[in-house]
Design a protein around this ligand. Structure first.
Ligand SMILES: [Zn+2]
Length: 384
């Protein structure tokens, strides 16, 4: 079997890294970027910080700040209109996964025709991404999705009725500017949910089917960092060391999941649109149940995860794998994540539709144990 492995993202990392942005715009030849963001990021004062840097360097820009959580295709089109109206020549996405993903969508549509649904990864839409796109800078303000180093974005489309993944290697941002200082004021609940999303990326990538030792090495490191620093970041948002390491864990997670994800993400991709559960929270709740389901099919990877989380090494792989499940339950609990879906607003009556939508999601295809619709339904019932 032949595997393709790629880790080419240019990452500018460190406290105060946003100050480097004018240099990168100049290098990329961008004279007038469109800043894509959401109102929460604006209200947190983070866009003002970016604008201060741009204005200080006398760079003119336009702003589109109407991205909602889990952006729709319509929002991406409105962002494109702002890009055209502003006569822009590059895109800056600043925020959590939603604004960074919407910025990728704007960038795609700047040089590719509608409709967005034709780029659906489930239909190998990457083949249609052939034109050069304007440069993009991604600035994460959470440590979670890792979209800043990813080659895909997720968008809600009426044509598919689900969170639709658009994947194409050229969608990787031209540069990711990762400044941990932008995450210092994130509230504990968001820190916990986004941090558990990063953790789930690392863990599902490590367990995913396929041969990708580079992804595995990153995933082990990411699991270790989350085990050490997630609770510190939740308890004290100004813990600089913890914030910096969580931002790295988000990067390793997204770089590692080019290997594949698993059933947790299939379930989470249904839980957000159907039941309104935050993506990271959804993953955090279902992950221990998915790990239990995978015992016996991913014992070696789960044993490695346990050791990365601080479990003493042992020759008894099955014991270590079970310990990994216990450690993940304890980590999520200590971070304040509820243990059941019913405590996150999910209704009993939604479970059949959730199982159906989760099965339609391609993420479970990489799960180490094959998932039938009945398996996903059983996982949902267990987690409920
Ligand atoms: Zn995720």
């Amino acid at each position: 079997m032949i595997t393709e492995m790629s880790f080419p993202t240019r990452i500018v990392f460190g406290k105060g890294a946003v100050r480097e942005i004018p240099n990168h715009l100049a290098r990329l030849g961008v004279k007038r970027p469109l800043v894509v963001t959401d109102r929460g990021v604006v209200a947190a004062g983070l866009v003002a910080r970016l604008m201060g840097v741009l204005e200080g360097a006398k760079i003119s820009f336009a702003t589109f700040d109407a991205v909602e959580a889990n952006p729709t295709g319509e929002t991406v089109v409105r962002g494109l209109e702002a890009y055209r109206a502003g006569a822009c020549d590059g895109v800056i996405g600043i925020g959590g996964g939603s604004p960074v993903d919407a910025a990728k969508g704007v960038r795609l549509l700047a040089t590719h025709p509608l409709p967005l649904a034709q780029y659906d990864d489930a239909k190998d839409g990457w083949r249609l991404v052939t034109n050069p796109m304007p440069p993009m800078i991604a600035i994460p303000t959470t440590a979670g999705t890792g979209s800043e180093v990813g080659r895909s974005f997720v968008v809600m489309l009426p044509e598919t009725g689900r969170k639709t993944v658009v994947f194409a290697p050229p969608l990787m941002p031209s540069v990711a500017v990762c400044d941990p200082e932008l995450t210092y004021d994130l509230p504990p609940k968001i820190t916990a949910a986004t941090g558990m999303d990063a953790f789930t990326h690392n863990l599902e990538a490590l367990c995913a089917k396929g041969f990708h030792p580079l992804a595995d090495a990153l995933a082990r490191k990411g699991i270790e960092l989350c085990g050490r620093y997630l609770l510190r970041a939740v308890k004290n948002g100004r813990d600089e060391e913890a914030r910096a390491h969580m931002m790295i864990a988000a990067i390793t997670g997204a770089a590692a999941f080019q290997k594949g994800l698993g059933a947790s993400h299939a379930l989470a991709h249904a839980l957000t649109p159907v039941a309104g559960v935050h993506h990271g929270l959804a993953n955090a709740i279902v992950l221990p149940f998915v790990m239990e389901f995978n015992l016996g099919h991913a014992a070696a990877a789960l044993a490695e995860a346990a050791v990365a989380l601080g479990e003493p090494p042992s020759a008894d792989q099955d014991h270590l794998a079970r310990r990994a499940v216990e450690r993940v339950r304890a980590l999520a609990g200590a971070a304040g994540i509820p243990s059941r879906l019913r405590d996150a607003g999910v209704k009993d009556s939604q479970l059949p539709l959730l199982a159906e939508k989760a099965y339609e999601d391609a993420s479970h295809l990489a799960n180490p144990r094959p998932c039938q619709p009945a398996d996903l339904a059983a996982l949902l019932h267990a987690a409920f």
